[in-house]
Ligand binder design. Structure first.
Ligand code: MG
Length: 339
């Protein structure tokens, strides 16, 4: 198997601000795995707050020797090997995982939802993300999100109530809130959760910093709306300790090291009674289509990554009337349209 990788700068349609910072681009790598005339595509998207970069991804790929694998369908053997090369590097690992899944599905002549026995007709609605911004800009984004039935609002600043009030002046659609660890005090977080519950907000994601487990459990036991883990849960090993602390977890391919472990996280979360959100970074249709294959398994989807970017080099999963539409092709179901 031959591994090729190239840097790709994802350009956002508009400046994106969350409690940890602001940006207009996201660095990514596009991976191709080729054997027997079949090319599998993968992607690693690396928003800076997760600690990976083009340099770290390239250094990781330099240690990967795909030429030693004669049978790419031995997914567990290959991905276990790659995981052992170095700790971390979750997005770089995800890029290889997605490309391997794409290759195997294409070689089998099947899409991954069928290989896993998932009904492609049961894809969920996805939320559309509204970054922190001025009231004028927020009104514009809410108008632009006309085709979406659920909005996800980024909070975690001084202006949280102003932001929600602005959104509520424009729409009565259900809202989800993502604080990105931005609230610092559990009692204050509880009064905000109560205030949000009165404004048709259906859940709050990562209200407190990841290391504040005890306060999070207290908040969860008092909050009228579900509290969901994002920064507190990266991989399979993190899922178990979310039970009793959160109501659910946000699974993302860039955190989980790809499709294989995301699927295991979904199964484990289900067995522990946790709800499941399937989320994303700003990503192209490559990684979004890989996540879409798993999307009928989850309670809430937040897979608007490719809808937020202006230079998507792939076509695959789409969003129609706010609902994810499973791509038609084999593997992860993408076609590359530009380089
Ligand atoms: Mg989040």
């Amino acid at each position: 198997m031959v591994l090729r990788h190239s840097p790709y700068t994802i350009e956002l349609k508009r400046r994106f601000t969350l409690s940890s910072g602001s940006r207009t681009t996201t660095p990514a790598v596009i991976v191709e795995l080729e054997q027997d005339g079949i090319v599998g595509y993968g992607e690693g998207a690396m928003p800076p707050y997760l600690g990976e970069s083009l340099q770290s991804a390239e250094a990781f790929f330099a240690k990967v020797d795909m030429s030693k694998y004669r049978d790419p369908s031995r997914r567990d053997e290959i991905l276990d090997d790659i995981d052992r090369i170095a700790p971390g590097n979750n997005a770089a690992k995800a890029a290889i995982d997605i490309a391997l899944h794409d290759w195997v599905g294409k070689a089998m002549g099947q899409p991954w939802h069928r290989i896993l026995g998932i009904d492609p007709g049961k894809t969920p609605l996805t939320s559309f993300t509204i970054g922190m911004d001025t009231p004028e800009a927020i009104r514009q984004v809410v108008a632009d999100a006309d085709g979406f039935q659920i909005l996800k609002v980024k909070l975690g600043s001084e202006n949280d109530q102003e932001i929600i009030t602005t959104v509520r002046e424009c729409t009565d659609k259900p809202l989800r809130v993502d604080v990105n660890q931005g609230w610092k005090d559990a009692r204050q977080a509880l009064s905000l959760c109560e205030w949000l519950a009165d404004r048709n907000v259906e859940l709050v994601e990562q209200p407190l910093p990841a290391q504040r487990g005890e306060e999070m459990a207290w908040l969860r036991s008092h909050s009228p709306i579900p509290i969901i883990a994002d920064e507190s849960v990266l991989r399979l090993e993190d899922v178990k300790r979310c039970a009793g602390v959160f109501d659910g977890i946000n699974v993302k391919l860039m955190k989980s090291t790809g499709m294989r472990e995301a699927y295991s996280m979904i199964m484990l979360a289900r067995s522990l009674g946790l709800k499941i959100m399937l989320g994303c970074m700003t990503e192209t249709s490559c990684a979004i289509s890989a996540a879409a294959q798993l999307s009928p398994l989850v309670d809430w989807a937040d897979l608007d990554g490719a809808a937020l970017i202006k230079n998507d080099p792939f076509v695959g999963a789409t969003i129609v009337d706010g609902r994810i539409v499973m791509p038609k092709g084999n593997g992860i179901g993408v076609t590359r349209i530009s380089s």
